[in-house]
Design a protein around this ligand. Structure first.
Ligand code: FES
Length: 109
């Protein structure tokens, strides 16, 4: 079961940048590429570092962990390079007017 959660305003997201949003203690990295917004788990699956502090590659829709450099797909959450080997969660996002809304699992609270 999912719940729809407003993450932020679209206008608050810079194109080509990643922003960390905290929802009920859950960290979400929100990335904007043009008019498309992606939301993935902010906590690297290798260690507790924030992916939103990493480096967004808009061209291949990845974000690189700032600590050891694993690159995660914004689409699937799967890392394509070591040392991370596990995917991070990926959340469905829609933009409604200026609201960025994500579908978050109930059990992620
Ligand atoms: S903490 Fe992210 S790759 Fe090591």
């Amino acid at each position: 079961m999912n719940r729809s959660v407003r993450l932020c305003e679209l206008g608050a997201l810079d194109d080509g940048a990643v922003t960390r949003v905290d929802i009920d203690g859950q960290r979400i990295a929100v990335a904007r590429v043009g008019q498309t917004v992606y939301a993935i788990g902010d906590r690297c699956s290798h260690a507790n570092f924030s992916l939103s502090d990493g480096f967004l590659s808009a061209g291949d829709c990845t974000i690189e962990c700032p600590k050891h450099g694993s690159r995660f797909s914004l689409v699937t959450g799967v890392p394509d390079s070591l040392p991370a080997v596990r995917a991070v969660p990926v959340y469905e996002v829609r933009v409604d007017g200026d609201d960025v809304i994500a579908e978050l699992p109930e059990d992620d609270r």
